[in-house]
Design a binder for this molecule. Sequence first.
Ligand code: CAA
Ligand code: FAD
Length: 379
Amino acid sequence: MNFQLTEEQQMLKKMVRDFAENEVEPTAAERDEEERFDRNIFDQMSELGLTGIPWPEEYGGIGSDFVSYAIAVEELSRVCASTGVTLSAHISLASWPIYTFGNKEQKENFLTRLATGEALGAYALSEPGAGSDVSSMRTQAKKDGDDYILNGNKVWITNGGVADIYLVFAKTDQDAGHKGISAFIVEKGTDGFTFGKKEKKLGIRSSPTTELIFENCRIPKENLLGEEGEGFKIAMQTLDGGRNGIAAQAVGIAQGALDKSIGYAKEREQFGKPIAKHQGLSFKLADMATDVEAARLLTYKAAFLESEGKPYAKASAMAKLFAGDAAMEVTTEAVQVYGGYGYTKDYPVERYMRDAKITQIYEGTNEIQRLVIGRMVTS
Ligand code: CAA
Ligand code: FAD
């Protein structure tokens, strides 16, 4: 067993940390306040090769591994969780299924544009009446000659409106339950595909979350991913890895809040000494640091298993469950370390606390992670 990052992973970590601190962090609070997505940051990530970390060079990627990908999401989220999820949704949710289930033409056309960062990706599974219960989705894809006609609404879509390529799940057979779901690649600008409500959110406010509307939207059959009826399994397998992207986001949020708390506790004096020197406060920091480390180990383990081609669904669900809860706990304590100042927008920890909450909700709530893990450990 080896707990050391490889030389390549260490270099990537340093590169992403420098980029995050110099280019992402300075505008993070402002973008949060204004609920503003900045495409320029995504373009810079593309120049650094981050938009295609795990994909082979032949498809425009940099041929690295899933641990490196987790490190990148973590380092971005350490300063701005919105930027972390932009990359996570782009790689885990939009690109992964095309890499895994796409045919040669789909990879050449769509994956290459995603990997190079020419295009931004999104994943559209959830609907107003179908969040945790994916099979109950209603969006319809009706075969019409060589095309499919899409009708329905998707909600909560990360990168919605700003993304160029959308993986959309719809029912090709309304009576077949989860076996009636199929997956389609839909490009922005396709007739009949428009955007609805943009959510006003508690956290990750510079990551747009938007409704997608399909009204007689005609999709060529070449854009069907996998076979008809395979959509549910494509969606689930995509989430198996995607959940570890969210775990990495949670680790980054928690680490960022911890770093800020330690810095503050060493500076702020009460009762004639830095508050870090009060045992009650240093115990808090010790618990926070331990939570972050444990969450990171679970996350890197799941990423390592995926890179090795070993089963990783259970590890990934465990990582997301633990890291999401840890991020919420650590960021709440970070606000406590800052006292009254932590409760204001003059300091960043309130943003970290607001951002942390989503990691317990999306890509399957933590109740759903328990359901997934529970089924696996008892089967
Ligand atoms: N891999 C492969 N196959 C899987 C699978 C997996 N991970 N999970 C289930 N299946 C298969 C089952 O084996 C079963 O196959 P058969 O029909 O051959 O028997 C079939 O799929 C149905 O499985 P279940 O009976 O387990 O399905 P279910 O209806 O009980 O649902 C669930 C299971 C785990 C609750 C699932 O619905 C789920 O994951 N819900 C949460 C949804 C979610 O995570 N949404 C995230 C949206 S994306 C997002 O939020 C984006 C973002 O963060 C940025
Ligand atoms: P519900 O499913 O209605 O759940 C409500 C509550 O009931 C939760 O606490 C849940 O845990 C609990 N519950 C439900 N079923 C069970 C059960 N069987 N056992 C125990 N408890 C249960 N979706 C996408 O497709 N693509 C995206 O890019 C995307 N991005 C998102 C970004 C944001 C900011 C948000 C808020 C959501 C996003 N989502 C996205 C949707 C997200 O995945 C769903 O919100 C999530 O899966 C929960 O679904 P729901 O909101 O409908 O809650």
